[in-house]
Structure formats: structure tokens, C-alpha cells
Ligand binder design. Structure first.
Ligand code: FAD
Ligand code: SIN
Length: 528
């Protein structure tokens, strides 16, 4: 097959979640932008976000308090300067979203202040939201802006495979020049040149068997950046959301923390509340504590799930505040106004990622990382609820400003993708088998509670799987499944390396062989 033609754009954005769309909208009046996205424009975690966006906007709240709550949740590992800058910018980016057309839920009628939800770890009502489908409302509004902008080209169903850079990994002065992109429908690989490239590829929940994340969250950006020579940090801090719906017909459906913010109680089969025995903040303790408590109760009592009881609210309140969750539960035969909702923890968010500075720059010149793919220092060892969409908004703005401050670098002619040494795979079962093996292994051995023995076993098994996947990649034509498997295998190994390197328990990383928290908090930085 002849290679697809090369093309070039000023800025290439890989991913169309909130991070990608915010970057595009801040750049497009000044630069030509191409968004490359693996599925459809709205596929990604952003459109699934329920609770909302943290911003200190209530009269009785303050930036200081938002900063303090973020630092406490982050268990000593946040970068205080980054936390302050992002928290301080929160009210401004909320107003920016309103200026783009997002209509947030208000307390009452026209002109009344925004309704603010409450979530675990927040000492005040601080969550700006659009009922219980904030992400969808924000993404649909920004999508319309993006599609109407004459300087933005959107390429859907295109999988970014690897970056093209000048020089070899580790060489000083190395610069990104473009990206190889697989067209999922034609199977062709196109070379796109860019003066700057933004990784906005989101999270990696699909590395785990049970996750709240959509199918596109396979850690591609972390793997791509790693292969290009970027440092990654703190990948052992995987946030397990305490309450994912437990039902055979509901894949990855989140039951928002906002329900616990409205008094939801976690209960055992006999209706007894268990969180007060684990933490004084009970159901509103930070997520690591709630997820570990649920894990403990399930394992010691042999339960498949626990229950979230919202029956203290009338049906009308639940339907008005949580219309999406109410309707989905009802579809599955659960009337949450009359019976508790079965829930389990599931992999939700990666606090670590590609190391960036305050302007979202990575170790490779011209390459930026924004959103869940990045490690900025905001989340530390445990992300505070609803700080993630906020980070996409503030860091997207910062990355765009940095790109606009420099003159664009025209990329040289780039080499085409070479298909000549590979053949089409004869059977897909090998890829499917290894996909399943990695996700199960990560769930069983690198989950909410870890141990040295389990981590060492995971590392050995992942080395073998990684080598097998590298062999497939060298021999067979690429497709979306093989590329994702290659990235999942890479990222799983990095998570385990980080977990083995950390000789303490902190935030989301709990190793029962080293349960103490060290006096000094140190990032786990891995360099290729
Ligand atoms: P995403 O929105 O996941 O977008 C990633 C994009 O990259 C997608 O378009 C994807 O297709 C694309 N992509 C991936 N790999 C490739 C590739 N190789 N090539 C091309 N494109 C690629 N956070 C909050 O702050 N508040 C909330 O209320 C909240 N609720 C949540 C609810 C759920 C169910 C989930 C899963 C997460 C929630 N989070 C919430 C977390 C938050 O939604 C995410 O961290 C955030 O949306 C990440 O945005 P992003 O733009 O970085 O990534
Ligand atoms: C939720 O609504 O519980 C998710 C919020 C988040 O992940 O920040």
C-alpha cells in the first residue's frame, strides 16, 4: 500500500477531551490547528464527567481553602505553587466556559448564583456543575465552537502512533516535528508535521479490568511520550473511585461522589453504615480512604459490592439533582429513592503522567502535555475530586499561551511510515488474550491494596507480556487493538516500576509491607 501523504499544521493536538478542545480554542485565532482523535470528537472521559469543576466561588469559601484541601488530599506530594496558581484561576476559567455558552446549574431562577455541589475532601460547597452531566454539557458546547472555527481541522478515528522528533532520545536540543497517525478505517499511516504537538490523550483506566473510564483511555500519551524520551512521574498513584455501579449490564457507570455530598450513606447488606468506623469524615473522606474502606469491608465479609443509600431524599429531589444517574439506575431496575444502589470501587484516574512544567512543556522541545496525561504537581499522591477538569482548563490556557509566545518552527520533510517489514496478523486472539491478561493482572496484583510479593510477580509477568507484544508489533501490521495493547503493556510496566520504587505508603499507593508514610515526600520520576 502506498503511504498516505504527509501534511503539516502549526499545532497538532492529540486528543479531543476537555484538554484538547481548550487548547484548540485558545490557539485557533492565531494558528492553524489540527485535532487528531482516536474515536469520535466527544469520546473520552471529559464527556462522562458527572460531578463538576472545583472553583472557590461561594462567599464563605476562599482560594486558600481550595489550596489547603488540595494539599491535604495530595498527602504531601503536591507542588504548592502549581496548586495555588490553578486554584486561583478556577473562577476565571468558569467565567470563560460561561462565555463559550456553558449554562451551569444555578441556585434558583435567572441571575441567581451558581449552585455549588459538595464532594469528598472539600471543606466547602465548591463544585460548579450542570446537574449530574457536567462533562457532556461542557464538551457539547465547546465542540460546536471547535467545529465552527475556520482554523481548526478535526481528524476523527485517527490513532496517534508515535512522535517524529529530531535526534535520538536523550539527545540535547531534541525537538518534536510531527506524529505518525493510523487511519482506523483505511489502515493507512499518515505523517503529520507540526511546529508544536500537544498530548491531550487523557488517562489510562483501561489498564485495569474494572474502570470508570471509556474505551479510549489506554494510556497512549504516556507511552508515546516515554518512547520519545520524556520523563514520567508518580504513575503508582492510581485513583480508584469508590462508587462505580455494580450491575452485570452496566459497564463503567459512575455513581458520582456528589451523591455522598448530598448525604449518601455507604451501607452493608443489613443497612449498617460502615464509614464512620474508618474515618471521622465518614463518606466525605478523600477517595483513597473511602475506596480502601470499601475494599476492606468487601474482602473481610466476602461481599461482591456494598450499597449507597440515598433513600433519605424524596424521589423529586433525586430526579432533579441527579437526572442521569436516576434514569440509568431505573433502566436497570434500581429505584434509588426506595432502595440502595450496589457499588464497587474501580480504577478512575491517573494522578501521575508525563512530567511538565508550569507551561505544560515536556522534556522534548515543542511537545506539551495537558490534562490527565500530564503530571503537573497539582494532584500529588491523591487528586481532590473535581480538580481534574479544572486542570484541563487552566493548563490548556497555559500551553496555548506558551505556544503563542514563540515564533512557529516550520517542520522539515518527515520520513514516511515503513510498512515493508510487516505482514497482516493471521489471528486476533493473541492480541485479545494479552489485553485481558494485562488488565486482570493489574486488577489482582496492582490494585487498591498492594504488597511487595504481588508487585514483584506483576513485574515478572509484565516483562514477559511486554516482550510478546513487542514481537507482534515488529512482525504484524498495526491496527487500533495492537497499538492500544502495546501502550497498555508499556504503561502497566511503568505503574509497577513506580510502585516498586516507592518504599512507603502515601495517598493512593498503599503497600501493606511498608504501611508507614516517609517523613519526606519525594516524586517517583522515571526517565527512559
Ligand atoms: P479525555 O477527556 O479522556 O480525552 C482524551 C482524548 O484523547 C480522547 O478524545 C481520546 O479519544 C483521545 N486519544 C487517546 N489516545 C489517543 C491516540 N493515541 N490518538 C489520538 N487520540 C487519542 N473530573 C472532574 O474534575 N470532575 C468530574 O466530575 C469528573 N467526573 C468523572 C467521571 C467519569 C466517569 C470519569 C471517567 C472521569 C471523571 N473525571 C472528573 C475525570 C476527568 O473527566 C478526566 O480526568 C478529564 O476529563 C480528562 O480530560 P482529558 O482531556 O485529559 O482526557
Ligand atoms: C464524581 O462525580 O464523583 C467524579 C468527580 C471526579 O472524578 O472528580
Amino acid at each position: 500500500m502506498t503511504p498516505a501523504p504527509s501534511s503539516s499544521s502549526d499545532v497538532l493536538i492529540l486528543g479531543s477531551g476537555l484538554a484538547g478542545l481548550v487548547c484548540a480554542l485558545h490557539l485557533a485565532d492565531h494558528r492553524r490547528v489540527t485535532i487528531v482523535t482516536k474515536g469520535s470528537l466527544l469520546e473520552g472521559s471529559s464527556a462522562w464527567a458527572q460531578g463538576g469543576i472545583a472553583a472557590a466561588m461561594a462567599r464563605e469559601d476562599s482560594i486558600d481553602s481550595h489550596v489547603e484541601d488540595t494539599l491535604v488530599a495530595g498527602a504531601g506530594l503536591c507542588r504548592a505553587d502549581v496548586v495555588r496558581r490553578i486554584a486561583a484561576r478556577a473562577p476565571v476559567v468558569i467565567r470563560w466556559l460561561e462565555s463559550q455558552g456553558v449554562v451551569f446549574t444555578a441556585e434558583g431562577g435567572d441571575g441567581s448564583p451558581l449552585h455549588l455541589g459538595r464532594e469528598g475532601g472539600h471543606s466547602a460547597r465548591r463544585i460548579v456543575h450542570v446537574a449530574d452531566s457536567t462533562g457532556r454539557a461542557v464538551q457539547e458546547t465547546l465542540e460546536q465552537r471547535v467545529l465552527r472555527h475556520p482554523n481548526i481541522t478535526v481528524l476523527e478515528r485517527r490513532h496517534a502512533v508515535d512522535l517524529v522528533t529530531s535526534g535520538a532520545p536523550g539527545e540535547p536540543g531534541r525537538r518534536v516535528q510531527g506524529v505518525y497517525v493510523l487511519d482506523r478505517d483505511s489502515g493507512e499511516v499518515q505523517t503529520l508535521g507540526g511546529s508544536a504537538v500537544i498530548l491531550a490523550t487523557g488517562g489510562l483506566g483501561k489498564v485495569y479490568l474494572y474502570t470508570t473510564n471509556p474505551d479510549v483511555s489506554t494510556g497512549d500519551g504516556v507511552a508515546i511520550a516515554w518512547r520519545a524520551g520524556c520523563s514520567v512521574a508518580d504513575l503508582e498513584f492510581i485513583q480508584f473511585h469508590p462508587t462505580c455501579l455494580y450491575h452485570p449490564d452496566a459497564k463503567s457507570f459512575l455513581i458520582s461522589e456528589a451523591l455522598r455530598g448530598e448525604g449518601g450513606r455507604l451501607v452493608l447488606p443489613d443497612g449498617t453504615r460502615f464509614m464512620p468506623a474508618h474515618d471521622a469524615r465518614a463518606e466525605l473522606a478523600p477517595r483513597d480512604i473511602v475506596a480502601r474502606a470499601i475494599d476492606f469491608e468487601m474482602k473481610t465479609r466476602g461481599l461482591d459490592c456494598v450499597w449507597l443509600d440515598m433513600t433519605h431524599h424524596p424521589r423529586s429531589f433525586l430526579q432533579a439533582h441527579f437526572p442521569t444517574i436516576f434514569a440509568r439506575c431505573l433502566e436497570l431496575g434500581i429505584d434509588m429513592s426506595t432502595r440502595p444502589i450496589p457499588v464497587v470501587p474501580a480504577a478512575h484516574y491517573s494522578c501521575g503522567g508525563v512530567v511538565t512544567d508550569a507551561a505544560a512543556r515536556t522534556d522534548v522541545a515543542g511537545l506539551y502535555a495537558v490534562g490527565e496525561v500530564a503530571s503537573t504537581g497539582l494532584h500529588g499522591a491523591n487528586r481532590l475530586a473535581s480538580n481534574s477538569l479544572l486542570e484541563c482548563l487552566v493548563m490548556g490556557e497555559a500551553a496555548a499561551a506558551d505556544i503563542l509566545a514563540a515564533a512557529p518552527v516550520v517542520p522539515p520533510a518527515l520520513p514516511d511510515w515503513d510498512h515493508s517489514r510487516v505482514t497482516p496478523a493471521r489471528e486476533s486472539v493473541l492480541v485479545a488474550h494479552n489485553w485481558d491478561a494485562i488488565r486482570r493482572l493489574m486488577w489482582d496484583l496492582v490494585g487498591i491494596v498492594r504488597s511487595d510479593e504481588r508487585l514483584a510477580l506483576a513485574a515478572r509477568r509484565l516483562d514477559a507480556l511486554h516482550a510478546e507484544v513487542a514481537d507482534f508489533y515488529a512482525r504484524y501490521r498495526i491496527d487500533n487493538d495492537l497499538l492500544e495493547l502495546r501502550n497498555v503493556a508499556e504503561v502497566a510496566r511503568l505503574i509497577v516500576r513506580g510502585a516498586l520504587q516507592r518504599r512507603e505508603s502515601r495517598g493512593l499507593h498503599y503497600n501493606r509491607d511498608v504501611p508507614e508514610t516517609a517523613a519526606e515526600a519525594v516524586d517517583t520520576v522515571l526517565t527512559p
